[in-house]
Design a protein around this ligand. Structure first.
Ligand code: FES
Length: 157
């Protein structure tokens, strides 16, 4: 099988995988980065959202051969060592999760927004978060958390 060199969370990894293997499986199964979740499996719910060069992308349907060592892949494990990134703190303060399954992706999506725009409007937040679904409908608390994070932080990852 071919070998790929990936830059994930500021670390270089050599991964052996069949062509066509989803980046999500490489993250979860090969590298143990299980913070990124498998949702509906068709890149529609956003549970598998990560960052590629600081832009949010859905890892599920992206084949491993699409990535190069020069690209920066970031998962939720890299936001902060202690889970205290400003967006994560706001998430806890707003009690955003219900079951919590969708929230790694929600947080990664939100962090990308706040890195691009420190103080987005509510409409901008809604538009940016539109593709991240929550089966428990915690949307109001998610919006609250993002507004709280925007008020209290300069987002870093
Ligand atoms: S809190 Fe469980 S899917 Fe959103």
């Amino acid at each position: 099988m071919p070998q790929y060199t990936l830059n994930i969370n500021k670390t270089s990894y050599d991964v052996v995988a069949a062509a066509g293997t989803s980046l999500l499986w490489v993250l979860r199964e090969d590298l143990g980065l299980t913070g990124t979740k498998y949702g509906y499996g068709i890149s529609q719910c956003g549970a598998c959202t990560i960052h590629l060069d600081k832009q949010p992308i859905k890892a599920r349907l992206l084949p491993i051969e699409q990535f190069t060592a020069g690209q920066e892949i970031t998962t939720i494990e890299c936001l902060s060592e202690d889970g205290d990134h400003p967006v994560q703190r706001a998430w806890i303060e707003a009690q955003a999760p219900q079951c919590g399954y969708c929230h790694s992706g929600q947080i990664m999506q939100a962090v990308a927004l706040l890195e691009q725009k420190e103080h987005p409007t509510l409409d901008e937040i809604k538009a940016h978060m539109n593709d991240n679904l929550c089966r428990y409908g915690t949307y109001m608390r998610i919006l609250t958390a993002i507004e709280m994070a925007a008020k209290t932080k300069n987002s870093t990852s």
